[in-house]
Design a protein around this ligand. Sequence first.
Ligand code: RB5
Length: 145
Amino acid sequence: MKLVIGSDHGGFHLKETIKQYLQEQGIGVEDYGTLTGERCDYPDIAEKVAIAVAEGTFDRGILICGTGIGIGIAANKVKGIRAAVCNDLFSAEYGRRHNDANIVTMGERIIGAGVAKEVIRIFLHTPFDGGRHVERVAKIGKLEQ
Ligand code: RB5
């Protein structure tokens, strides 16, 4: 699975922690920034990551800001993106099972590294349930027309 990650300054340290966690698991990830802790605008990072996932350059994306909310709202403006704010494990599981989320977002100011690593593990390993959820997810796509 090809993975891309990005954050603003509010999510920079958690992004670095998640990159290290993925590397320890032997999972490759491309970093689309920010590459320093300097202040930057989360919509700019969300745009780059979301477009790369929507275009199929990557299978899934990880986005981190202070809360996970702003960067998630921005990512969801890109056609084909289903970004789920997952600051807990239940959201990570059901974001995949019911919503077929292709981007997970988290907030560094909300969760610690331990929960964040578990969120990522669940996000990467939980399949979409399909079935009755297929048509519902398709209806989300129709809202983009
Ligand atoms: C940046 O201060 C902060 O607003 C941003 O990281 C994020 O939490 C926005 O939703």
